[in-house]
Each structure stands twice: as C-alpha cells, then as structure tokens.
Design a protein around this ligand. Structure first.
Ligand code: UD1
Length: 342
C-alpha cells in the first residue's frame, strides 16, 4: 500500500488530529495549508505526539500553478484527504463570493491534479449541513438533500456534486465523502485542539473559553424549541473518533474495499444531545459552574439532528468510542493547557 498522503488543511482542527492518526498508522504525511485559519505551531503539537514532523508546504490551493508544481515534485503521492476550506457559517452569509471562490476553486484545482497526476484516491470533508432539518431522525445517507441555508453549506453540497459527477466520468478515480455531525474535544495529550481565531462561533470552544474566564458568559441560543428541554439537539462526536474514521476511509480506498468509486458515509454517534446537556457534561467533568444566559434563537439554526451511523459501522467497521464527557474533559484540558492555566 502506498502510504504517502497529502492532507490539505492539515494544520486545522480536524486536519491536525487526522495527521496524528495517520502517522500513528505509519502513513507519510504531506500537509498543504495556507495558514489563514491555523497556526504553524500546530506542527510542533503533532510532532510532540507522534515523534515525527510531517512535511509542510504553505500553499493556497487556489494557486493552481503552485499546486501543480507541488505534485510535479512529489509524483509518488497517491491519495488526498481534503479538509482545507472556509467554515464559518455566519461569515459565509456576509462574504458569499469569498466562500464560493475559495472552497470551490480549491476543490476543482485538486481534482484537476488528481486527473493529470494520476492520484486515484480522495477523502472529502463534508457535513451534515447538507440534510438541512430532516423530516425523519436519525438521518441516514439516503435522506434527501435540502436547499442549503448558507453559502458555506452550499459549498459542501456543490463539492459533493463536483466529486460525484467527476467520478461518474472518470472510473479510475475514487472518493469517499464523510458527512460529519458536530466534532468536539481535543487530543488526550492536550498538544493539539480547537483553536478558533477571535470569538468562537461554535458551542464547545465558547463553553471552555467562558470557563477559562476569556468570555463573560455563554449565550444559549433558544430554549423554546420542540425538544425535551427546549434547547437544540446535535450529534457531538469526539474529534479523535472522527480523525480515525478518515484513516479507515483512506485504507478502504487504498485497499480497494470500496463498493462504488464514490461513497458517502455519515459520521456521528447516533445520539442526540441538547445544548443544556453539553453544559451539564462540562460542569460534571470540570466541577465548575458555567455562567450562561438564554437568549433568542440564532438565525439559521436547525432544531434537531442526529446521525444514523449504521452504514459507517457496518461497511467501514468504524464506530465512535469516546463519550460526551470524555470529549468535554479533553476540550477543557486543552483550553487549560493552551492558556497555560495549569
Ligand atoms: C455549524 C454548521 C455545520 C458546520 C459547523 C462547523 C449549520 C446548520 N451547521 O454547526 O454545518 O459544520 O457549524 O462550524 O450551518 N450554541 C449556543 N451558543 C453558542 C454557540 C452555539 O447555544 O454560543 C448552540 C447552537 O444554537 C446549536 C449548538 O449550540 O444548537 C451547536 O452550535 P455550533 O457549535 O455552532 O454548531 P452547528 O451550528 O450545529
């Protein structure tokens, strides 16, 4: 098996955890990242965990010429895990052209390279956002795709379509799209974790920053939803479980175990958890009271979603192993370590 893999966005949150799992499985990792939303120091965190520094190239995937130059110099890379993308839902509504340009052009450039440099395998980072608010829960892969509520979400839908159509025409290429539910937590070593720049948009970094005294209080966006405690429900999975799923998916392609040349899998725990339950878990594992206030609903939020992960369980032999408490504990340890609070 050729174990040279390109990880785009490898210094980002999910990317860095995946690089660690790949290196632990003996892969030789090449990272491309433009560092617009990540820090070069993440490489030190990865090296501290695995004892091996990945090859790093600071490069913008929209720069097609430099990207082609990279593949010309590295002709023996045979697979790609593609994370690099803009991901802030709110910002994408303000700056749609930026989001469409960055996320789509980078994918197109990569796919042209796959074809021209004969790189047969790709794992693509997609999202449960493609389902919108499903009528039926848990949501399986054959649930209908709904109109995207944000340009960010639309770039994931369009990305999946570009891959599907390209692979329909090029049978010698293969890909797996992984539709993530809500990744949270950090590596148990606390060497890498989620590093939002500025005020966090996502729930768990907001909670840990509030716990650390960086934010004054968490705002809970709505307690009048049609759910048992009134807050929204999501399927939160530990980022290490998610990272391991990428290794499994990549091996599936490299070992030719895939059943079609394009496959899609949901990655989640299968369990819905409310915002208040996440807060309770934080308080349980840290012994701290979290300061929070209920405010209006956040525009664009869906009420409830959780995964049916049985296809990934059965076909890939992958299932989550960490609990919500494990994830919250690791997120807190990472926050303390990063802020040098312990
Ligand atoms: C969103 C996107 C998802 C994307 C992910 C990563 C949608 C519908 N979902 O997930 O596609 O992959 O971000 O960036 O666009 N909450 C609070 N207070 C806060 C922050 C969040 O109460 O300060 C609540 C939200 O209302 C929600 C839950 O926490 O119910 C999770 O929110 P968040 O972490 O932002 O993720 P999603 O919106 O589910």
């Amino acid at each position: 098996m050729n174990k040279k893999v390109l990880v785009t966005g490898g210094t980002g949150y999910i990317g860095s955890h995946t690089v660690v799992e790949l290196q632990n499985e003996g892969f030789e990792v090449f990272i491309i990242d433009n560092l617009v939303n990540s820090d070069i120091k993440v490489l030190d965190g990865i090296t501290a965990i695995t004892g091996k520094k990945p090859v790093f190239e600071q490069l913008d995937l929209c720069d097609s010429e430099r990207l082609r130059g990279f593949f010309s110099l590295n002709p023996d890379i045979e697979s790609i895990i593609h994370f690099a993308a803009y991901k802030a839902v709110g910002e994408s509504v303000e700056k749609p052209v930026l989001y469409y340009y960055n996320n789509i052009v980078s994918l197109l450039n990569l796919m042209k390279c796959m074809r021209d440099f004969r790189i047969p395998s790709m794992v693509f980072s997609s999202s449960c956002t493609v389902y919108g608010q499903p009528d039926k829960l848990p949501v399986s892969e054959d649930s209908p795709i709904q109109e995207a509520v944000s340009p960010y979400g639309n770039t994931k839908q369009i990305g999946e379509e570009i891959i599907r159509d390209t692979l329909h025409a090029c049978k010698d290429l293969k890909a797996i799209s992984l539709r993530y539910f809500n990744p949270i937590g950090a590596h148990p070593s606390s060497h890498i974790g989620e590093l939002p720049i500025g005020e966090p948009e996502n729930l768990v970094p907001y909670i840990t920053q509030t716990g650390a005294g960086i934010r004054e209080e968490l705002r809970v966006f709505g307690d009048d939803y049609d759910t048992p405690d009134g807050s929204c429900i999501r399927d939160y999975l530990h980022v290490v479980d998610l990272a391991q799923a990428h290794v499994v998916a990549l091996k599936r392609l490299l070992e030719g175990q895939n059943k079609e040349n394009y496959e899609i899998f949901n990655l989640g725990t299968g369990k819905g958890v409310s915002v208040f339950e996440v807060i309770e878990s934080f308080e349980r594992v840290t012994g701290k009271k979290l300061k929070y206030r209920v405010v209006d609903r956040r525009p664009g939020d869906i009420e409830k979603i959780w995964a049916d992960p049985s296809l990934a369980n059965k076909e890939m032999g992958w299932a989550t192993r960490y609990s919500l408490d494990d994830a919250m504990k690791s997120a807190w340890d990472w926050e303390l370590n990063y802020r040098k609070l312990k």
